[in-house]
Design a protein around this ligand. Structure first.
Ligand code: GLC
Length: 726
């Protein structure tokens, strides 16, 4: 892409937005402006002449938010939703949709968790990649966000996420890595926050070292809105497009920096080339007309597929229609559904289905009535209470203070339960709420998350059995907030939040500390039962030759009387490792639909990376030889089948030096032989006496000479190293 014909001023202008949603145009060179718009679960398009409202955009289909869509564990569905958003974006002339968000749910308190898929990077990566592929199949770009470690709203524009390299690599980067390397998003959006003291917008290791040099990203890096603090430093770090414009300050800074040599013009040129490539990609889109009725139907199906049936005692669900049936419906959200989150992702829905109306329509023979209070419930066969979190409690821009339902809702539930009528609770919330203080009052709990504009119809579909629930938890529901692994390190103080739990985020932490939970990661019920059998794990190839290929197969059977979907989950554990590792980690999943009595065999591939951890010492991904546990099940704590395999691999040899410890020398065959030859077996009993040996093993060789009686001398040290092979 030739930029030589452009002046520095024109190039500077192209690296900065021309308005809140548009890039700059250079008409004399046939460079058109393109529009970027939110958001991850529906288009929030604000044309230039309709920007008097901070948030409100043109009507568009509001799909389930990521915490709901992620709970479907259905990549195909995510791709369909992405494609539908892409069609609506294309129909509005939008070139890039600002989503999906794939930040990890480090704490249930994060006000923006509704916009993120999971506490697990593997699941977040797969669901995010599917949505990006769907979106981009419509010649509309995605903007993968927020890169990186944007896991809270508290102080989000300036706090430093202090996270060690291994945790970053194993938890907070893999979803981005998977999506960048498989779905190839047109753009990546940097986060507001700092990472280990450096703003993400000018973090060269993130934006260039990792994103481009390691992962091969060749698209454009755009800032979060207002995330740039130093335009020149950001461009040098790899940030191509600053949004929104900032009254010419950045333009002047770039022009001056090129003039004084502090910004090499070829760095500016490369950013401009990426912008021009994006403009060219956008040019290829063809006009589109969105079928909003079809999109509403898709939103309804997506919401139903995302609902998680947490409990269903006595088979109170599904509710069967009959003339004598009376259903009492309670809660404000039965008539004013909460179906999306607040902030930049807010969609002006084309229509909203009302749960009460939908439930009445789904039970035509029954009496379905709105109960204004607990006493109204008397005489009903079942009560359906719509509870959840109001917008004022969770949103972009701030975090929650607790994970409890509003007290008045719990009080209402308790009063209804006191009447003796079986209660079904329907939850509408963006992130996990504590259920342990009230779910003993319930017969069933259906978690709907924020299910989009069609959630009212979808919940009626699931409650009545028209659609069997098939969602599974993508975040753990703890018994108490205090049990969360990040509890003591959130939200940080004095400008820093320390990711002290390391890799032990979510179920990884709960499992490592063997902490009881209300409902585990991966949990979800349906209206039938499944059994698992015939686990088969085959190991082929060689880790050393880079050809290790493990195949896991298992058979799943629907043993119930109704059709249903099962999310078969694969977890891998490394029980003996040189570093602390979670007991199990999700490394595969597939959703299968089976009729009564039907069965199917599912298979999962595993590669060396799936068994590896990020080694600081190496540095890089390290597969340590030994045993690994392979488990297949219906949730992280409902593992139906497991097997242990042994994997061979040669550990990279850490070169021995005089600062290597005695133990490291003795663990290395060549090193041990040299030590024995140098000091002989009679080295003053140093090596026979196990207790002394254990005490001295951690001592570096060049310190060992300081101890009398070891037989190791300064003169020996260089000789020992010199005689090491290779
Ligand atoms: C917001 C959000 C980001 C959004 C952007 C544009 O502050 O962090 O996700 O896409 O600004 O609205």
């Amino acid at each position: 892409m030739d930029v030589d014909h452009l002046t520095v001023a024109q190039k500077a202008a192209l690296s900065i937005g021309s308005s809140v949603w548009d890039t700059a145009a250079v008409p004399e060179h046939d460079i058109e402006s393109i529009t970027l718009s939110d958001g991850p679960h529906g288009l929030r398009y604000q044309p230039a002449d309709e920007q008097d409202d901070l948030i409100k955009g043109r009507p568009a289909t509001c799909f389930p938010t990521a915490s709901a869509l992620g709970s479907s564990w259905d990549e195909g569905l995510a791709a369909e939703v992405g494609a539908a958003i892409g069609v609506e974006a294309r129909a509005s002339g939008v070139a890039v949709v600002l989503g999906p968000g794939v930040n990890i749910k480090r704490t249930p308190l994060c006000g923006r968790n509704f916009e993120y898929f999971s506490e697990d990077p593997f699941l977040s990566g797969r669901m995010g990649a599917a949505l990006v592929e769907g979106l981009q199949s419509q010649q509309v770009g995605a903007s993968l966000k927020h890169f990186a470690a944007n896991n809270q709203e508290t102080e989000r524009l300036r706090i430093s996420a202090d996270v060690d390299e291994r945790t970053l690599r194993e938890i907070y980067l893999p979803a981005f890595e998977h999506i960048v390397t498989t779905a190839r998003p047109w753009t990546v959006m940097c986060a507001y926050n700092k990472v280990n003291g450096t703003f993400a917008s000018q973090h060269r290791e993130l934006l260039t070292g990792i994103l481009r040099d390691e992962w091969g990203f060749d698209g454009l890096v755009v800032s979060d809105w207002g995330a740039v603090h130093d335009r020149v430093a950001a461009m040098i770090a790899g940030l191509d497009l600053e949004m929104p414009p900032n009254t010419g300050i950045s333009d002047r800074a770039v022009v001056e920096a090129v003039a004084d040599g502090s910004l090499a013009e070829d760095v500016l040129d490369e950013s401009v080339r990426r912008l021009l490539r994006l403009v060219e990609q956008a040019r290829e889109r063809k006009p589109a007309t969105a079928d909003l009725d079809a999109h509403h139907t898709l939103a309804r199906r997506a919401a139903a597929e995302s609902m998680v049936l947490l409990k269903n005692d006595g088979g109170v669900l599904p509710i069967a229609d009959s003339a004598g049936l009376t259903v009492a419906v309670l809660g404000e959200m039965a008539t004013v559904p909460r179906y999306q989150g607040a902030g930049s992702s807010l969609v002006s829905a084309t229509r909203v289905d009302i749960p009460l109306d939908a439930l009445a329509a789904a039970l035509p023979a029954a009496t379905v009535r709105l109960a204004g209070s607990a006493s109204d419930v008397s005489g009903a066969d079942v009560a359906v209470a719509f509870l959840g979190l109001p917008p004022a409690v969770e949103s972009e821009g701030f975090d929650r203070a607790d994970i409890d339902l509003p007290a008045d809702q719990v009080a209402l539930l308790e009063a209804v339960a006191a009447t003796g009528v079986p209660v079904v609770v329907v939850l509408c919330n963006g992130s996990a709420v504590r259920t342990s203080t009230w779910d003993h009052h319930t017969a069933a709990v259906l978690e709907c998350w924020l299910g989009g504009q069609a959630v009212g119809s979808a919940v009626a579909d699931v409650l009545t059995g028209a659609v069997a629930p098939s969602g599974r938890l993508t975040e753990t529901i703890p018994l108490r907030l205090q049990d969360s692994p990040s509890f003591l390190n959130f939200p940080g103080e004095e400008g820093h939040v320390r990711y002290g739990e390391g890799v032990f985020v979510g179920y990884r932490g709960f499992d490592a500390s063997d902490t009881a939970v209300a409902y585990p990661f991966g949990h979800g019920l349906t209206y039938t039962e499944f059994t698992y059998s015939a686990l088969d794990v085959s190991v082929a190839g060689s880790a050393d030759e880079g050809t290790l290929a493990i195949t896991v197969a298992a058979t799943v059977t629907n043993t119930g009387a109704r059709a249903g979907q099962e999310v078969v989950q694969l977890y891998v554990g490394d029980p003996v490792a040189s570093v602390a590792r979670p007991p199990r980690e999700l490394k595969g999943f597939t959703k299968v639909r089976l009729g009564p009595g039907e069965h199917t065999t599912v298979t999962f591939p595993l590669a060396a990376r799936d068994l590896s951890f990020w080694s600081i010492a190496k540095p890089g991904w390290l597969l340590e030889p030994g045993e690994f546990t392979i488990a297949v099940g219906a949730s992280s704590r409902d593992l139906r089948l497991s097997a242990t395999i042994t994997v061979d691999a040669t550990l990279p040899r850490q070169p021995l030096t005089v600062t290597s410890t005695l133990g490291e020398w003795l663990a290395d065959p060549a090193g041990a032989a040299l030590i024995a030859a140098a000091v002989g077996d009679s080295a003053n009993g140093l090596f026979e006496d196990q207790g002394t040996l254990r005490m001295m093993a951690p001592v570096p060789l060049d310190k060992l000479v300081l101890f009398q009686g070891t037989g190791v001398t300064r003169a020996m040290l260089d000789e020992l190293v010199a005689r090491l092979p290779g």
